[in-house]
Write a protein that binds this ligand. Structure first.
Ligand SMILES: C[S@@+](CC[C@H](N)C(=O)[O-])C[C@H]1O[C@@H](n2cnc3c(N)ncnc32)[C@H](O)[C@@H]1O
Length: 334
């Protein structure tokens, strides 16, 4: 074969390989359960880009549904317990930051059956029917010790009996570029995947808290002139720290991180973290809470949504940056 011919053959093979690799990049179908404001969805989308399609979402809270619609253009289905698994479109990935509830174990452990009456049961029945490759679960750190470890054990057993291999780890948002102390357990269940999954290592590029703060915040958020001001003003002195009012005292969160944002902050008025800026002492705005969860600037709350709901939705959500790192490693094993 002449040099030219040899070159041409190699060129053809290379091109064929390229085309095949383009054609073999699969688009994964995903469903977003207990969707909240779509923090998990956002993290996966940022990594999978056009290779992920969301075919179903579910969220019971009408206000969260509004925020979801504004950001993703779809109104989630309501109560997940009210839809049959066969009515949900086929999918490869389930995402579920489900509420943690105790299982009633009647004397002996029956796995799947023991989960009946809990919201995990709904995740399990959907997974059992559709057999997706990936189930992504997120919960509070205390989940592993919940009900003396029983809750986690039953979930693990249920998923293993359905053919899944389970990986679980507690990760802290502050180790993944976002200045929030937020420890959460991430449970990844994989089936029919040969490669070993690994949780991401800390990226340790944590931004300064100031990167999450806004300029020109409305007077409403400042404490000057409000009853609490006299109690807190002498304790809140540092503009590089996030503080918390703990009923009787001010707690300073050192190490350049914001304390864990919670769903009930903003309802009692006590738990929204506090900072000092050029204008005075104030609580974080909902937008800043969203920044502390690693959402990008494109995320929006509906204009008419009460602040208490905005705080609740931000506190209930996940840190997008952590989800991105896990999603990247999931993509690598698919
Ligand atoms: C911890 S939050 C999950 C937040 C979400 N991962 C995010 O990033 O925003 C749990 C969500 O489950 C929703 N939920 C609770 N029970 C539900 C049900 N039966 N059906 C659908 N959603 C439900 C709650 O309203 C809440 O928004």
């Amino acid at each position: 074969m002449s040099q030219n011919n040899l070159f041409y053959q190699k060129y053809k093979v290379n091109n064929l390989n390229k085309r095949m690799s383009i054609n073999t990049v699969k688009t994964y179908k995903a469903i977003d359960l207990f969707a909240g404001i779509g923090g998990i969805r956002r993290g996966f989308k940022n990594i999978f880009k056009d290779n992920i399609d969301f075919v179903f979402s579910s969220e019971i809270d009408k206000n969260a549904q509004k925020t979801y619609y504004l950001n993703y253009g779809e109104i989630p289905f309501g109560d997940i317990t009210k839809i049959k698994e066969e009515e949900i479109p086929p999918h490869d990935i389930i995402m579920a930051g489900f509420p943690c509830q105790a299982f009633s174990v009647a004397g002996y452990r029956k796995g799947f059956e023991d989960t009946r009456g809990t919201l995990f049961f709904d995740v399990a029945r959907i997974a059992d029917f559709h057999k997706p490759k990936v189930i992504f679960l997120e919960n509070v750190k205390g989940f592993v010790g919940h009900d003396k470890g029983n809750t986690f054990k039953i979930i693990k057993k249920t998923l293993e009996e359905m053919g899944y291999k389970i990986y679980a780890k507690v990760l802290n948002s502050k180790d993944f570029g976002v200045p929030q102390n937020r420890e959460r357990i991430y449970i990844i269940a994989l089936r029919d995947i040969d490669k070993e999954f690994h949780f991401p290592e800390p990226t340790n590029k944590t931004l300064h808290i100031k990167s999450c703060l806004e300029e020109n915040v409305e007077d409403y958020f400042y404490y000057q002139g409000k009853p609490l001001y006299e109690k807190i003003k002498n304790h809140i002195t540092n503009t590089n720290t996030v503080y918390q009012w703990r009923r009787q005292y001010v707690r300073e969160n050192k190490n350049n991180v914001c304390p864990t944002l919670t769903a009930n902050m903003g309802t009692g008025g006590h738990n929204v973290p506090i900072i000092k800026d050029k204008k005075g002492i104030r609580k974080l705005t909902p937008r800043e809470c969203i920044n502390f969860q690693g959402f990008d600037k494109k995320f929006k709350f509906p204009k008419d949504l009460a602040l208490s709901h905005q705080y609740k939705q931000a506190g209930n959500s996940v840190t997008v940056k952590v989800i991105e790192e896990i999603a990247r490693n999931i993509k690598n094993v698919l």
